[in-house]
Write a protein that binds this ligand. Structure first.
Ligand code: HSE
Length: 398
């Protein structure tokens, strides 16, 4: 028997408990031994829960029970979650996590503790909700030199953009729906300002390129500056607006990464990724482009990824999985301006002024254009994003 303790009974933690309780015999078959939920840690009371007897408020009960071999951390954040994860690993317990903030900021340290103790620290659910992405990058694509990863990494903002564009909702209305569905973070600012996508691109980049990138070094812009006029201008050029995270290996071997809204052409497969779905493109030297697609947030898709990790941890109690990355090195990271781009520009200026500034531009149109306003796409520009008097909005074009 492998004993499991779940830390946190929120959206994801309760989904994991539900699967462990309901599907016990199927999980036993898959992991070739019984997986038993022994504890659920939460500061709140859940008296009506069918497994109410398993609740505890005291982590030391879990820490000191030798039957617990897998600790599942779904608390989130880097406060007690970090303390409990360190203590679980130092105490010889495997840890499975859905906590992207913790993995992005402390992954190098926690993976190193796990490695020293021949334990597993697994976090498939930290990126892409239910989409298998961590294991494919670390195992299935292991033969490749990976060059670039980019994609729609936040379900909430993709849901908001879809509802705003296709159904005319305001950002507030769409966010309220995303909260109801259990997609949004405890602090939804992390979704709409791009911080959640930033943590996820940092995890993917660390995994693919072997070195941690601190979220604080990554230029991060969310969707709060995107207007419906921008969306209409984009549509006139056969493009849609999507929030993308991107990390790329540069010619000098350094890595650059950023999160920002983009205009992407309708023939790009990411353009049709809608609602809560995520789409992630990985480029490798042997495979070329491979795209991962599925539900990027929500209780059961995310719990599905966590439970898969629990099974994996149970099957590999004495064999460490090969996930590892080095500590961050500022000298090997470059700002977003290192990645050249064509740009969408909305500005109060004349077309001839725009051509003087940017050269051969493609004009876009919108029925609701403000007085004196134009919008266009520039040719590819290296360095910083365009800035000049009159410019009101700029976004990269992919
Ligand atoms: N708030 C996150 C999202 C949850 O919307 O993508 C899944 O990580």
């Amino acid at each position: 028997m492998v004993g499991v303790a779940i830390l946190g009974h929120g959206v994801v933690g309760s989904g994991v408990a539900e699967i462990l309780e309901k599907n016990a015999s199927r999980l036993a078959q898959k992991s070739m031994q019984d997986i038993e939920l022994l504890y659920v840690l939460d500061v709140r009371e859940f008296p009506d829960c069918p497994y109410a007897a398993k609740f505890t408020k005291d982590f030391s009960v879990i820490e000191n029970d030798p039957r617990v071999q897998v600790v599942v951390e779904t608390i989130g954040g880097v406060g007690v979650a970090l303390d409990f994860t360190r203590r679980a690993l130092l105490g010889g317990k495997n840890v499975v996590s859905s906590n992207k903030e913790l993995v992005a900021e402390y992954g190098a340290e926690l993976l190193s503790i796990a490695r020293e103790r021949n334990l597993n620290y697994l976090f498939e659910a930290s990126v892409g909700g239910g989409i298998p992405i961590i294991r494919p990058i670390s195992q299935c694509l292991a033969a490749n030199e990976l060059h670039e990863i980019y994609g729609i990494l936040n379900g909430t903002t993709n849901y908001i953009l879809t509802r705003m564009i296709s159904h005319g909702l305001t950002m507030e209305e769409a966010l309220a729906e995303a909260k109801q569905h259990g997609y949004a973070e405890a602090n939804p600012t992390d979704d709409v300002e791009g911080n959640d996508a930033c943590r996820k691109i940092c995890i993917l980049a660390a995994l693919a390129f072997g070195r941690q990138i601190m979220p604080s070094s990554v230029s991060t812009e969310g969707i709060t500056g995107v207007t419906l006029r921008d969306v209409r201008y984009a549509a006139s050029g056969g493009m849609v607006v999507k929030l993308l995270g991107r990390a790329k290996v540069l010619d000098n071997g350094n890595v650059s990464a950023y999160v920002a809204p983009h205009l992407i052409h309708r023939d790009n497969p990411l353009a049709s990724v809608e609602d809560v779905f995520n789409g992630i493109v990985v480029t490798g030297d042997a495979i070329g482009d491979v795209m991962f697609y599925g539900r990027g947030a929500g209780k059961m898709p995310t719990a599905s990824a966590v439970v898969a990790d629990i099974i994996d941890a149970a099957k590999h109690l004495n064999a460490r999985k090969l996930i590892f990355w080095d500590k961050a090195d500022d000298n090997k990271f470059e700002p977003a301006s290192a990645i050249p781009s064509a740009w969408y520009v909305r500005a109060k200026m004349s077309e001839s002024q725009a051509r003087e500034l940017f050269g051969e531009i493609s004009m876009l149109s919108c029925d609701e254009a403000a007085d004196g306003e134009i919008a266009f796409v520039t040719p590819e520009i290296g360095g910083e994003m365009p800035s000049a008097a009159g410019i009101e909005s700029v976004m990269r074009v992919l």
